[in-house]
Design a protein around this ligand. Structure first.
Ligand SMILES: Nc1ncnc2c1ncn2[C@@H]1O[C@H](COP(=O)(O)OP(=O)(O)OP(=O)(O)O)[C@@H](O)[C@H]1O
Ligand SMILES: [Mg+2]
Length: 312
């Protein structure tokens, strides 16, 4: 069993998660059973992320992580802030989403400006993620991490070896980004409106599946704008329903009852208050909804937001 060894810092966001160093040498963003959103958020994260990975989408590895009573007792920061009080985080089995690298060295960005979105190597995966978010009725906006691709880090932004942590100009990973001059596109529009090739430099990973299945409700209140990423730019490669075909096919062929059942067994029962019937109902609904996804995407297309500029 993976264990948390040390709390590094509190993360922002409604679930009040914490970055923690764990026994496999990696860092994980941990959400606790007694988070202020809902206990079922942990189920949604684990099941949702594993399903997205099965669809071939870019996710971070996720795991059940044990946090001991002792670590919580010795770390006053490990608490949940409520409107009028603070209570310690719950000990036991929690949800962890792996930080994609060393947090002291890798700068993460929650957003990229439109210009830099063109430099994301796997931008087309946003179309696939829409298939997932429609299927699971994610009632939160799609959230993602952006970071420089591995080979480009050292030459561009990695802190020079030996430089003290926290002293470089960009060194607050996941808060500050690279300096603006470094973020400026190196390839882009050139004179006369001509568009030069864009060099892919960034990579994206889809995170925060906590509000899939409508958070703690485990219902599916579908709506045309639900699941869409905030920038239409990420859908510029979508030219018709066939643009979603790879993920729709995997959804239909690769995510049958057996897979759903298998994935549900990896979830600690205390995360759903031992209500196995509720979990089964959720899985049945998910299974039954697979064929509805194209229709839900069409409703987005027809909405006044017009998210797919190149789907004529
Ligand atoms: N695997 C990860 N690696 C690095 N950073 C992460 C990872 N997972 C989450 N984060 C960061 O931690 C913060 C909180 O994550 P997340 O959005 O999942 O939690 P949340 O509390 O549900 O937020 P929200 O308020 O959006 O509901 C965000 O800033 C996010 O970028
Ligand atoms: Mg979030």
């Amino acid at each position: 069993m993976l264990r948390a060894l040390e709390q590094i810092r509190r993360m922002r966001g409604g679930a009040q998660s914490h970055l923690m160093r764990c026994s496999d040498g990696h860092y994980y963003v941990i959400k606790f059973q007694n988070n202020p959103q809902h206990g079922r958020i942990l189920v949604n994260e684990m099941l949702g992320t594993r399903l997205a990975a099965r669809l071939g989408l870019p996710t971070t590895p996720v795991a059940v992580v044990e946090v001991s009573e002792e670590l919580i007792r010795l770390t006053p920061e490990l608490c949940v802030e409520l409107p009028r009080s603070r209570i310690p985080c719950q000990a036991g089995l929690q949800f962890g989403s792996r930080f994609p690298g060393d947090p002291r060295r890798l700068a993460l960005h929650d957003f990229l400006p439109d210009e830099q979105l063109r430099e994301v190597a796997n931008l087309h995966d946003f179309a696939g993620m829409l298939v997932f978010d429609k299927w699971t009725c994610n009632t939160n906006g799609r959230q993602t991490l952006f970071y420089l691709q591995e080979g480009l880090r050292a030459q561009n932004f990695e802190r020079p070896p030996g430089e003290a942590e926290g002293r470089s100009s960009w060194s607050r990973p996941d808060v500050a980004g690279p300096p603006p001059s470094a973020l400026r596109a190196e390839f882009g529009e050139v004179g006369g409106g001509e568009v030069a090739p864009v060099m892919p430099r960034y990579e994206t990973k889809m995170i925060d599946q906590g509000f899939c299945f409508n958070a703690g409700e485990w219902t599916f209140p579908d709506a045309p704008l639900r699941g869409l990423y905030t920038r239409n730019r990420v859908y510029q490669g979508v030219t018709g329903m066939e643009s979603f075909a790879p993920w729709l096919t995997r959804l239909e062929k690769g995510l049958g009852e057996k897979v759903l059942d298998e994935l549900s067994r990896e979830i600690p029962p205390e995360w759903y208050a031992d209500d196995y019937d509720a979990l089964l109902r959720l899985l049945e609904q998910l299974h039954g909804r697979r064929a509805r996804v194209p229709e839900l995407i069409l409703q987005s297309k027809q909405s006044s937001r017009q998210p797919f500029p190149n789907w004529i």
